[in-house]
Design a protein around this ligand. Sequence first.
Ligand SMILES: [Zn+2]
Length: 364
Amino acid sequence: MSELERSNDPEKKEQALAHGSEYALSYLDRTLAPAVRNILLTAADSFDGQNAAVAGPQEAIESLRTLLPAEATLTVRCTLPVDQHLPRWPGTLRTGPVMPLEQGLWPYDPEAAAMLAGRRRLIKREWLTSEQQEKDAAWLAQHDLIVESADSVDSRGRFALFAAADDETLQNAHAAEAALCASDTERESAAAWLGEALGYPSCCVNTFQRLGRRDDLTLAMELLPTVDASPASPLTQWLHGPLALISHTPCSLECGDSMALAKAVLQELERERPGFSARWEQLTRRIQLVDVHGNSFALRATGELSASVVVEDAVRFSLPSADSFSEVMESVPEFAGRTFHNVQGALVSDGFRAVVLADHRRAI
Ligand SMILES: [Zn+2]
């Protein structure tokens, strides 16, 4: 199956098969058979954006269908706004001693918990400012871990660090990190080593390796199920950083190895702070979504996501400020009692629209 996407892109910023008029045309499936890919590229070459502008994406796709063999299936999954983004949650959500639950869940450290539970032997933190790096290093050192700065400093001048219980693992981690920039074969084995040391299931590492683009939005569109799928367990929730028990993107919300890992982490966090598990589940066993403006919500709701849902309670997540976690979660009383409808894969209600969705309402 090929999935085509048309989006508004007047300045041609998107990677796309083709740009026409003010639109970009792209597909999300990286594993197209070469013959299908060639047909799509031929079709895209003649794409001028005009039909789509007048007729809407579905009809534009229908006109492309005439160029494909009769047995081909062509589906529009959804149309993303060109400026859709997902928040980048800071590592500080994990740094520091736990608070009484009535003051909130944060910070909590699922990676230190996974280490204690014997589910990983390496921690890698990224996207840190130098101040955060210092604070996080001190926090991890309290867990009897050796902490070293990872050599990689990204283009925005953010830092990364590694922590492990033994020096050998740390040295291997530095070597694997360097090999990620080397030849294809070296890169693959380095990624496999890092994945294993970090406790990531091999099915998830392989899936991640297979995807060409690895930004969170691409991962969400590729790996989150469609709205007609039945609800998943809260254990594999990864869309919202503040609720995640796992640090990798699971190959699917039904990934058994990811669920087993998350369960072990949850048990460790519960042992550390009795009552954590119930509070976490109360927030995570919900519909998790990011609206078109990049705002993150968790909806407790009844009804089927494939039709419409009625919201009972809603919370919104925001980035923490430098020294406080009190703003990470706030209640959204205006959503209570509102009906949200599924319109072509998007959840829509009265000026609100979200296309990035994960239904985690199943029991653990
Ligand atoms: Zn997996």
